[in-house]
Design a protein around this ligand. Structure first.
Ligand SMILES: NC(=O)c1ccc[n+]([C@@H]2O[C@H](COP(=O)([O-])OP(=O)(O)OC[C@H]3O[C@@H](n4cnc5c(N)ncnc54)[C@H](OP(=O)(O)O)[C@@H]3O)[C@@H](O)[C@H]2O)c1
Length: 292
């Protein structure tokens, strides 16, 4: 099994969750640069994996607005090359994508067949990656997720907990709705999906397509922050932590627009693989226990 993005949030967790299933290789950026199609092709041809678990991505949502070529090279072109090489090798592909493929209209949780309409370069590049992967004809399963966080790496939760110790008040957006998703839950899901294919990439073709995979339940960024701070306060009763004040998105302008409705309906994931993503609060409870 080859894992891309092993130094990232999901990739790091994959190294642990996939290990019991077989040999895992995790090329560094120098060994397999996702920004270079020839580098990706060469590494895949030399290593000949049975599974490619593709967690590497250009994830700097705002920076993508000023670096569209790089975002597309990594998120779209590399995904297409992974698809072509996987098809040639007969490898199965597990690929992560994003709620940012949607425009955030309405309040209903998005289903996989809903029309896509990305609001920015990051979402558009990830959508192009989905399309390239599907067009390659590889046995590729694409999992769109949202609001990924974990005990390590660069993420909203870690930023909030740091700021909560430094400030009295945190003003956080409360009109974007979605679900935080623990990186470890996404890695466990990948191991489950490989297991559901009997470990055999030949069976992956049956399941090829797009799935939604986010933490169960929903909240806002302000709700997520408030809950995390409440849990940290329980862990450290003496700590002086900030209170959270909800603000509308218009008061927190960013280079890339965010979808107001990021809710993802994960019914297809459960119906197909018998896998339920845990409630976001349950996962957060565990992360708060282990975070520094
Ligand atoms: N984070 C979120 O909130 C979120 C939400 C929805 C979907 N997703 C999707 O979920 C997946 C996993 O995200 P994540 O949060 O784990 O991402 P992450 O922590 O930002 O990690 C990204 C990984 O990609 C690697 N990478 C970036 N450019 C590369 C290049 N040119 N060559 C090789 N490797 C490169 C990074 O390596 P370096 O360490 O060398 O930079 C890192 O290992 C991605 O597909 C992402 O689009 C994320």
């Amino acid at each position: 099994m080859l894992v891309t993005g092993a130094s990232g949030q999901v990739g790091g967790e994959l190294l642990t969750t996939l290990a019991p299933l077989g040999t895992v290789i995790a090329p560094s950026r120098a060994e397999m640069d996702l920004a270079s199609a020839s580098s990706v092709r060469a590494f895949l041809r030399a290593s000949r994996p049975e599974w490619i678990v593709s967690a590497g991505a250009y994830t700097a949502v705002d920076k993508a607005e000023s670096e569209p070529e790089l975002a597309y090279a990594i998120n779209a072109e590399a995904a297409g090359v992974i698809g072509e090489e996987a098809k040639a090798l007969g490898a199965g592909v597990i690929h992560y994508s994003t709620d940012y493929v949607f425009n955030g209209a309405g309040t209903k949780p998005w289903v996989e067949t809903d029309p896509t309409w990305p609001l920015g370069v990051y979402g558009a590049s990830k959508l192009a990656g989905e399309q390239a992967l599907l067009a390659s004809g590889a046995a590729a399963m694409i999992f769109r997720t949202s609001w990924v966080y974990g005990a390590t790496g660069k993420n909203f939760l870690r930023t909030i907990l740091r700021l909560a110790r430094e400030r009295e008040e945190l003003r956080i957006v409360n009109d974007q709705h979605g679900a935080p998703t623990w990186s470890r839950d996404l890695a466990r899901m990948a191991a489950h999906v490989i297991g559901a294919c009997g470990g055999s990439p030949e069976n992956a073709g049956t399941f090829a397509g797009v799935y939604h995979a986010a933490g169960a339940g929903e909240t806002t960024w302000a709700g997520f922050a408030a809950e995390a701070i409440r849990m940290l306060q329980e862990r450290e009763p003496a700590a002086k932590l900030a209170r959270v004040t909800g603000i509308p998105t218009v008061e927190y302008p960013t280079p890339a627009a965010r979808p107001a409705n990021s809710r993802l309906n994960c019914g297809k994931l459960t119906a197909t693989f018998g896998w339920e993503m845990p409630e976001w609060r349950d996962s957060l409870t565990q992360v708060i226990r282990e975070i520094d």
